[in-house]
Design a protein around this ligand. Structure first.
Ligand code: HEC
Length: 209
């Protein structure tokens, strides 16, 4: 090996090592101040109304700290806190109109850079993570398929409530869930959530055909 080749080989080895963090590094608690600084630096011209979205609430902080795998006592704490934050419909009815729900489920409108000022109601973007009907040719698989979700649960009242709660605040059901807290974060209104519950849980909905 020539001297130049040796230097190249060493550099390549160093590169590989540097790119592979040790197990200890991977498990080290995330440094919140570094992450905050990086986010602040990434959006220097963000309008003032976006600023609150940079701040993690207590639940997000705990999930970040534990890399979405909180120990049981923290998971219980998150679940309890998030459950207490769920708002229910004033009229006590958890199901609206599945047809309206289907439009919300298939819409990804809202909160994107190009959606200001808002020109239509926000969507729930459900299709991006879930299969909903057999007719769909394109859907995401981050979440489980919801095909026949109501049917296999006998359209039960308890499951209808659970679906409302899941959509309003996904972390009340599953701490550090990847599913957004759509009601809590005011992405969707209570009426829109009721329509989505009907889409998932009503007998007439194409989800259950
Ligand atoms: C970013 C991805 C994502 C989006 C968007 C999303 N979900 Fe989910 N959803 C998940 C994941 C992941 C789960 C699995 C449980 C968990 O991690 O919370 C889930 C679970 C669920 C469940 C419970 C499933 C079960 O096994 O009992 C329902 C019901 C549900 N989602 C409905 C919806 C509806 C309706 C929408 C649209 C308003 C939606 N989801 C949007 C990711 C998503």
């Amino acid at each position: 090996m020539t001297r130049a080749m040796k230097i190249l080989a060493l550099a390549a080895a160093a590169f590989v090592l540097a790119g592979t963090p040790s197990l200890a590094q991977q498990n080290a608690a995330a440094d919140a101040s570094k992450a905050d600084a990086a986010i602040a630096a990434a959006f220097p011209t963000a309008p003032a109304e976006w600023r609150p979205r940079f701040d993690q609430d207590e639940t997000m902080k705990q999930c970040s700290l534990h890399r979405n795998l909180p120990p049981k006592n923290i998971a219980d704490e998150i679940q309890k806190r998030e459950k207490a934050r769920i708002e229910y419909p004033a009229d006590g009815k958890l199901m609206g109109d599945w047809k309206a729900g289907e439009r919300v489920a298939q819409s990804g409108y809202g909160l994107r850079f190009s959606d200001y000022p808002p020109r239509q109601a926000n969507g729930g973007n459900c299709y991006a993570c879930h299969q909903l009907t057999k007719a769909e040719v394109s859907y995401g698989t981050i979440g489980p398929s919801l095909l026949n979700y109501g049917k296999v649960r006998n359209f039960s009242e308890a499951d209808t409530k659970a679906v409302y709660e899941k959509i309003y605040n996904a972390q009340a059901a599953y701490p550090c869930s990847n599913m957004p807290r759509l009601g809590l974060n005011k992405v969707l209104t209570i009426e829109q959530i009721k329509d989505l519950v009907a889409l998932v849980m009503s007998r007439e909905s194409p989800v259950n055909q």
